[in-house]
Design a protein around this ligand. Structure first.
Ligand SMILES: [Zn+2]
Length: 374
């Protein structure tokens, strides 16, 4: 038993359990006490939430709330190894709580078999020090982004598709999720895991990355600014990108228009172009210059015809000065994620630019070229 910096007693069993944390000068006893005092809300106990909650429980987060209204299905086991065959049909939040209590009985774990809604999000978020978004629902994602910013709680976001994914840290003061994606895209522009497929280790890696970002934030170590980590699972790379706060952000900008969670619903926003509008814009009197942010191998698979430039996203930060300022740019990529990040960077520098919401895949679907989707 030792005395903590706050003169509380820290039991011997916990000193032994967290010995590998205590050995890190960046954590030490003071950091472990911080983790023990922390309250973390994990929304969604699927492919992201499972590994994230496992590492958070193992790390000694004092209070974990696990929220999910789904039940375990056979198709989940391919990427949610916290569950077993005997759990089929049971509520994920409850099964996960039982498993994690067996892992660490010294922490409090609450199971919430509930869906996140506009009416419960604020109360839930306010009771925690950090929120980890592991949902695959866009509605929940925007509710959490809004709720966290309005309540001043940091958010660790995660999303994935097929072999790729992203993890972002949104500090309480911004930038926020809406600095990247001001409003939800139209529903048809979005694939979910059920239709798109996913290799199970990809969410395992992303959920672990989310836990790492959450632990660093709570310990007060590592970068404290908003940033995005883009995983390309096929290439095996993780690219970090600094996020900029957007002055015109409807949530954290200079004149915010959102004062309650889920305030503004589906629309592309002034800087997003819906795929069904693309042809008319390209045929118009002042067609924008298409900027393809994808890698060379992706251009072999499909291209949007029109006058354009190729600037791979992996070289974007070094080479963005090559883009013309006198002409409107239309950024596009595979799914509209890289283009949203690039748009965010260019808007700080007064470029005239928009991006294609949902990327080339949304456009291929819109133009009936399903066979070229990738
Ligand atoms: Zn914002």
């Amino acid at each position: 038993m030792v005395l903590t910096p706050n003169n509380e007693l820290f039991p011997d069993a916990e000193l032994r359990r967290y010995a590998r944390h205590l050995a890190l000068p960046e954590v030490g006893l003071e950091g472990q006490v911080r983790l023990k005092a922390a309250r973390v809300l994990v929304i969604g106990m699927g492919g992201l939430g499972c590994p994230a909650a496992q590492y958070l429980a193992a790390a000694g987060i004092g209070q974990l709330t696990l929220a999910d209204d789904d039940r375990v299905e056979l198709t989940n086991l391919q990427r949610q190894p916290l569950y077993g065959e005997g759990d089929l049909g049971l509520p994920k939040a409850e099964v996960a709580s039982t498993r994690l209590r067996a892992l660490n009985s010294a922490i409090r774990i609450e199971a919430l078999v509930e869906r996140i809604t506009a009416s419960n999000v604020m109360e839930l978020v306010q009771q925690h020090d950090l929120v980890l978004d592991g949902t695959d629902s866009l509605i929940a994602r925007y509710l959490l982004a809004d709720g966290c910013h309005l309540a001043g709680v940091p958010l660790v976001h995660g999303a994935l598709r097929r072999f790729d994914g992203q993890v972002a840290l949104f500090p309480p003061q911004g930038p926020c999720y809406r600095c990247l994606f001001p409003r939800p895209p139209p529903p048809e522009a979005i694939d979910d895991c059920a239709t798109a497929g996913v290799l199970g280790a990809v969410p395992g890696l992303l959920g672990s990355l989310q836990a790492l970002e959450a632990l660093k934030w709570l310990l007060g170590i590592g970068p404290r600014k908003g940033r995005l980590l883009l995983l390309d699972g096929l290439a095996g790379t993780i690219q970090p990108m600094a996020l900029a706060q957007r002055h015109s952000c409807p949530l954290c900008g200079e004149s915010p228009t959102i004062s309650a969670p889920g305030g503004e619903q589906a629309a592309c926003g002034p800087k997003g172009l819906a795929p069904e509008e693309l042809q008319a814009v390209l045929d118009g009197p002042k067609p924008p210059l298409l900027v393809d942010l994808r890698e060379s191998w992706e251009r072999e698979l499909a291209l949007i015809p029109g006058e354009g430039l190729h600037l791979p996203f992996s070289q974007f930060e070094e080479r963005k000065g090559e883009l013309p300022r006198q002409r409107e740019l239309l950024l596009y990529c595979h799914l509209g994620i890289r283009s949203a990040v690039a748009l965010n960077l260019l808007q700080q520098e007064d470029y005239q630019t928009r991006h294609l919401v949902g990327g080339i895949n949304a456009w291929l679907r819109e133009t009936g070229q399903q066979e070229r989707l990738y």
